[in-house]
Design a protein around this ligand. Sequence first.
Ligand SMILES: C[S@@+](CC[C@H](N)C(=O)[O-])C[C@H]1O[C@@H](n2cnc3c(N)ncnc32)[C@H](O)[C@@H]1O
Length: 209
Amino acid sequence: MELILKYFPELTGDQISKFKKLETLYQDWNLKINVVSRKDIDELYLRHVLHALAIAKVLKFKTGSKILDVGTGGGFPGVPLAILFPECSFHLVDSIAKKLKVVNEVVEGLGLTNIKTTHSRVEDIKDTYDFIVSRAVAAMPTFVHWVKGKITKPQNHDLKNGILYLKGGDLREELQDYKTATIYNISDFYTEDFFETKKVVHLPLKYRG
Ligand SMILES: C[S@@+](CC[C@H](N)C(=O)[O-])C[C@H]1O[C@@H](n2cnc3c(N)ncnc32)[C@H](O)[C@@H]1O
């Protein structure tokens, strides 16, 4: 938990208490339904919470923003972001129901009211969002195809509406067709070795897709 406060020192008491509760909730639920690997559960704050919050180092979502988390799995990056941005609404989608069972239990356990979950393939989601976040779901061309047409038109942020994707390694080949993509090195925000090769990719998307 100190790790989170090291990089996000301005959390409110309510946010700190929610972040603290996350560990027990995930430990308990992960025993029943395995959504996070054993090693990762031991390093939940580093590998999941802090990693998810790297998106907030790239962009502070404004009050009222709508954000879609595609392939949220056990709730990453959506759950930590929803704690950090209580004035924004988050829609967490996954095609595997049992993963959302864990997310729903965590959301209920924390009393988070700004998360909605849907068991669906993202291609079937009809709503629109300011930003679409994700981690470890699909290569960019497939992902862009899935989320086409799901971006709202009004621009309220310094970055254009679109995708904020947590990715790792050498992205040159994967992103070669996306000239408007910007890569942010997470190691510019966090000093832990775990983040050495990790990035946040911002890709603006046209509102009509
Ligand atoms: C490797 S997991 C990553 C989970 C989470 N984002 C994380 O980083 O911990 C990929 C997730 O994407 C989901 N997924 C894959 N394709 C999807 C699609 N088309 N629509 C919704 N979810 C999808 C899978 O069910 C799985 O839970």
